[in-house]
Design a binder for this molecule. Structure first.
Ligand SMILES: [Zn+2]
Length: 182
């Protein structure tokens, strides 16, 4: 895969002078990393033992199915990134939600359908690849605009990691370029 694409700076880099940001600058918290504390405690998935990625409970509250929402506790959650594991979110205290407790599929899990590259704008990996193949553009913002016109950003409550989709999106662009250039 093309490293230059994968290493594209985050679309949410506030210091960036270019116009490639998908984020609405008025949305102050879309891409701030809030987890500044270091956690020494156990952060591995209770089922598969993989290391989890930290996610705030606000993100979990927005993505969990209505009937499960009262089970969300006010604690930091971890997202199990193992593609084979059924666990979505878990806490250090043993609470957990499975992937089918969520309103949206987790893009990195096996069988995710649809597989979103951008949750805020509901853009699938397939759409990104198709757009890259058809237009040749490798710029994230251009791809988004080509698919959706106006783009908005609500990463904190829409993306399962509570973070910007840049990495997954650029991976999809990379896949599109590979197809185009093959
Ligand atoms: Zn797991």
């Amino acid at each position: 895969m093309n490293n230059k694409i994968l290493n594209q700076s985050s679309c949410c880099d506030r210091n960036s002078k270019d116009e490639a940001c998908c984020c609405d600058p008025s949305n102050s918290n879309c891409c701030l990393t809030e987890n500044t504390e270091t956690y020494e405690e156990k952060t591995i998935c209770p089922i598969c033992d993989d290391q989890g990625e930290q996610v705030g409970s606000i993100t979990v509250k927005h993505l969990i199915k209505k009937e499960k929402i009262e089970d969300v506790i006010d604690e930091n959650y971890l997202l199990c990134m193992n593609e084979d594991c059924d666990v979505a979110y878990f806490t250090e205290t043993g609470a957990k939600f499975k992937t089918n407790d969520l309103k949206v599929p987790l893009w990195f899990k096996k069988g995710a359908d649809p597989k979103y590259a951008c949750y805020c704008n509901e853009i699938t990996e397939e759409q990104v690849i198709e757009t890259v193949v058809n237009t040749g553009t490798d710029n994230m913002k251009d791809v988004m605009t080509a698919i959706k016109g106006e783009v908005r950003s609500q990463c904190k409550v829409k993306n399962p990691l509570g973070k910007c989709c840049t990495k997954a999106f650029n991976e999809a662009i990379g896949k599109g370029l590979e197809i185009k250039n093959s």
